[in-house]
Design a protein around this ligand. Structure first.
Ligand SMILES: [Zn+2]
Length: 323
């Protein structure tokens, strides 16, 4: 099969479409769509602090497609449309048995600790697959395993309640977009900070320095200090990204006197991905897809990443997709 393959030393110049062996797993997905997320770009550029395996390496954390092969007795059948849960998990550790696969003690992210989905076919285990509801297209489905689920899990961890005030700092990324949309769906009063005017399409209001109950910070250091003063007593700050840096100062008096809480969040559980798929389908929530590229155009897609006005999806739409 064809795949986007990173050879060492990693970097865009050493990343090309190559012929590789077909997957050997009992369950195989024909990949129709894959998300382009910061993690994928960082893996390609070698800008991650953890071990990438194996090398040469196929990136791609977020994918959806059609079941090509399953063993008999599977609850899936050939032709089923599925999305792939983006975390690797062993199903046996104490975290997994508690339903917290996202923090499996022997886990990691698909496309980082294992080969990912930027390929014609993807070898999976059945437990990684989530059915795509009939009414949902692949663009929307492939926006859920990383972007949508990260936002959903973070909001659930924050304990956001109907009527509370939610501030999303950085609303134009895929995760920020879903945090805004899902926050509205949960009945919160939702505010955004973003230079992109189209973020208002979510129904959220531009933040005007109101006090809030929950802050979603996906940007890291630069988005910390200017906002902590606006976290109300009993407020919760949930964080899952370090785009602008990973270190910050913390005013401990401010934290405890107002009984504020800081929450870390990463990905989400398999159960939540199933919930999210139903929620998105029932409420007709759309991803904001900006551009779609064939896999063969992935370098152009990466060059465009900094200018994006929404999401970039890599696709295998027709015979030219890998040529
Ligand atoms: Zn585990």
């Amino acid at each position: 099969m064809k795949a986007i393959l990173i050879r060492q030393p990693s970097g865009l110049q050493n990343t090309n479409i190559e012929e590789v062996e077909d997957p050997k797993e009992p369950v195989v997905i024909r990949v129709t769509s894959a998300g382009l997320n910061p993690i994928d770009i960082n893996v390609i550029l070698g800008k991650v602090n953890y071990t990438i395996s194996p090398y040469p390496h196929i990136p791609g954390a977020e994918l959806a497609g059609v079941v090509e092969k399953v063993p008999s007795g599977s609850k899936f059948k050939v032709g089923d449309r599925v999305m792939v849960y983006s975390k690797i998990f062993d199903e046996t550790c104490d975290r997994c048995t508690a339903g917290l696969e996202e923090i499996c003690r022997n886990g990691g992210v698909v496309g980082a600790v294992t080969n990912g989905g930027y390929s014609e076919f993807f070898g999976a285990k059945e437990e990684q697959l989530i059915p795509i509801p009939d009414s949902m297209n692949f663009d929307d489905a492939v926006s859920l395993p990383v972007g949508g689920l990260t936002a959903y899990h973070a909001l659930k961890r924050s304990g956001l309640k109907s009527g509370e005030r939610l501030l999303v700092v950085g609303g134009s990324g895929n995760t920020g977009w879903y945090a805004l949309v899902l926050g509205k769906l949960m009945g919160a009063r939702v505010f955004y900070v973003s230079r992109k005017r189209w973020v208002a399409e979510t129904g959220a209001t531009e933040w005007n320095k109101e006090k809030v109950d929950v802050i979603v910070n996906s940007l890291g250091s630069d988005a910390w200090d200017p906002y902590m003063d606006y976290l109300d007593t009993n407020g919760r700050l949930v964080t899952f990204g370090t785009l602008t840096g990973r270190e910050t100062k913390l005013n401990l008096a401010q934290l405890y006197t107002g009984e504020r809480t800081i929450i870390g969040s990463t990905g989400g559980t398999r159960k939540e991905l199933g919930e999210l798929a139903r929620l998105v389908s029932e409420n007709h929530i759309k991803s904001r897809v900006w551009k779609k590229y064939n896999f063969s155009e992935f370098k152009k897609a990466i060059e465009e990443y900094g200018n994006r006005e929404g999401r970039i999806v890599l696709q295998s739409a027709d015979a030219r997709s890998w040529m």
